[in-house]
Ligand binder design. Structure first.
Ligand code: NDP
Length: 399
C-alpha cells in the first residue's frame, strides 16, 4: 500500500488516474496535481473516487513542488507532465525524499534534443538518498525495454538485432492532429533520424529511410526510421546488440501536412516577434491543433507496437517478435482516452505498482530494462495491454 502523486493532467495523466484509482489495495492515497487544477478536478470528477485529491502546481518551480511533496508525502511521483519538467521534478523528489517515475526523457525547452545524460547524471544523488528513479516507463520507451529484457531473459544468450516497430493504424477523422503533446511529438519527428549499427550511430535526414512493414491484424504500413530515446539505453544495457532501429508509421497526408507546416516555419522553436510579443511558432501551432486528449471520441482502429529481435540461443540463430495491439475504442471505453495515451498510462501505473509491491526498486536511477521483466509482463496481461509472441518465424521487418 502506498501514496502516489500524479503530476500532469493531460491524455496520459487521465489514463494513469483511472487505472491507479481501480487498485486501492496498492494505491491507498492518490493526488493528481498539474498546472491547471480545473483539469485535475475534471478528471477526478469523471472517475468519481473521493480518494483522489487534486492540487495546482507548477512543476518547474522546485520550491513550490517540494512544499507539495512535503505536505502530501507520497511514496512515489508519477511524472506525466512534459519532458521539460523531468529535472525539476527529480530535484524536488530529492529535496523531499520521494521516489520518481516518468515516461519520457528530459528535453531542454530551447533545443530539440533528447538524451539520457541529464537524468543519468542524477545517479549518485538518488543512490546517496536511498531513492529509486525509474526512467521511461510508458510504452516506447517503457514496454519496449521490458519486452527486450524479457527476450534476453527467456529466449536469447546473445541478441544481435533489435527493431522496435510502432504502428498507429487508427483514424480520428481530423485532417491533422498528433496523438500526444503536439510540441513534443513534432520536435521528435522533424529532427534527423538515427540508428545504431556496429558500435556507431548512423545519422539520416528526417524520415529518410522507410519501407512498408506488415503489422499483425493490420497489414502493410509505410514505416519510417526515427531516433527514439530507448535506443540509447537498450544499446548500453544489451551490449551484444549489433544493430538497433526504431520504426514508426505515418500516413502520406500527415507527412505532407507536416512538410507544409515546416516549410512555412510553423514547427520552429526559435522565438519570433509577433505584434510586439515574443512567441514560439511551434507553441502557437500546438494551440491551434486538436488537443490529443479530445481525439478519443471518434477514434477507430488500433495501434501495434512491438520488438523484433534476432540473436543466438544454444548456438542456434533464433528470432522473436513480441507485440501488443491496442484498440482505440476499447481504450476510450476503459478510460476516456485514445490508445496512444492508454498505452503510455497503463505501463506508468504498472511501474509504480511494481515499485510499491517491492518487485522493482533499489537506490539509484534505472531504465526499465534493468528490472525483472516477468511480473511486469504478467501485469500487462491483467491491466489492459495483453501481448503476443512469435518464435522462430520470419521477422516482418526483414522482408
Ligand atoms: P499533454 O500535453 O496532454 O499533458 C501534459 C500535462 O502536463 C498537462 O496537463 C499540462 O498542464 C501539464 N504540465 C505542463 N507543464 C507543467 C508544469 N510546469 N507544471 C505542472 N504541470 C504541467 O501530454 P500527454 O499527456 O500527451 O503526455 C504526457 C507525457 O507522456 C509527455 O512527457 C509525453 O512525452 C509522454 N509520452 C510518453 C509516451 C511513451 O510511450 N513513453 C507516449 C506518449 C507520451 P496544462 O494542461 O496546464 O498545460
Amino acid at each position: 500500500m502506498g501514496k502516489v502523486l500524479i503530476i500532469g493532467a493531460g491524455g496520459v495523466g487521465t489514463v494513469v488516474a483511472h487505472k491507479v484509482a481501480r487498485l486501492p489495495e496498492v494505491f491507498s492515497e492518490i493526488m493528481l496535481a498539474s498546472r491547471t487544477k480545473a483539469k485535475c478536478d475534471e478528471i477526478a470528477g469523471k472517475i468519481g473516487d473521493p480518494r483522489i485529491q487534486t492540487a495546482a502546481v507548477d512543476a518547474d518551480n522546485v520550491p513550490e513542488l517540494t512544499k507539495l511533496l512535503e505536505s502530501f508525502k507520497p511514496d512515489i511521483v508519477i511524472n506525466v507532465a512534459l519532458p521539460y519538467q523531468d529535472l525539476h521534478i527529480m530535484d524536488a523528489c530529492l529535496n523531499a525524499g520521494v521516489n520518481y517515475l516518468d515516461t519520457a526523457n528530459y528535453e531542454p525547452i530551447d533545443e530539440a534534443k533528447f538524451e539520457y545524460s541529464w537524468q543519468w547524471a542524477y545517479q549518485d544523488r538518488f543512490k546517496e538518498a536511498g531513492l529509486t528513479a525509474i526512467l521511461g516507463c510508458g510504452f516506447d520507451p517503457g514496454v519496449t525495454g521490458i519486452y527486450t529484457a524479457y527476450a534476453a531473459k527467456h529466449y536469447f544468450d546473445e541478441m544481435h538485432s533489435l527493431d522496435i516497430v510502432d504502428c498507429n493504424a487508427g483514424d480520428h477523422g481530423k485532417y491533422f492532429a498528433t496523438n500526444f503533446n503536439p510540441e513534443i511529438n513534432i520536435r521528435e519527428i522533424t529532427q534527423n533520424g538515427r540508428y545504431f549499427e556496429n558500435g556507431k550511430w548512423i545519422e539520416t535526414k528526417p524520415l529518410e529511410i522507410h519501407k512498408p512493414i506488415d503489422y499483425p491484424n493490420i497489414g502493410d504500413r509505410e514505416s519510417y526510421v526515427l531516433y527514439h530515446e530507448e535506443l540509447e539505453s537498450l544499446t548500453k544495457n544489451f551490449p551484444s546488440l549489433k544493430r538497433a532501429r526504431f520504426w514508426m508509421t505515418f500516413g502520406q497526408r500527415y507527412i505532407t501536412a507536416l512538410e507544409v507546416l515546416q516549410e512555412v516555419g510553423l514547427t520552429s522553436i526559435k522565438p519570433i516577434n509577433y505584434q510586439g510579443m515574443e512567441i514560439v511558432p511551434l507553441q502557437f501551432l500546438k494551440a491551434v491543433l486538436p488537443d490529443p486528449g479530445s481525439l478519443g471520441v471518434n477514434y477507430h482502429g488500433e495501434t501495434s507496437i512491438g520488438c523484433q529481435i534476432r540473436g543466438i540461443k544454444d548456438g542456434k540463430e533464433q528470432t522473436y517478435y513480441v507485440w501488443n495491439n491496442c484498440n482505440h475504442e476499447d481504450a476510450y471505453k476503459d478510460t476516456g482516452s485514445q490508445a496512444v495515451s492508454y498505452t503510455t498510462g497503463v505501463p506508468a501505473m504498472i511501474g509504480a505498482k511494481m515499485f510499491l509491491e517491492g518487485k522493482w526498486g533499489g537506490a539509484g536511477v534505472f531504465n526499465v530494462e534493468e528490472f525483472d521483466p516477468d511480473p511486469f509482463m504478467a501485469d500487462l496481461n491483467k491491466y489492459g495491454l495483453p501481448w503476443n509472441e512469435r518464435l522462430n518465424e520470419p521477422l516482418p521487418v526483414e522482408k
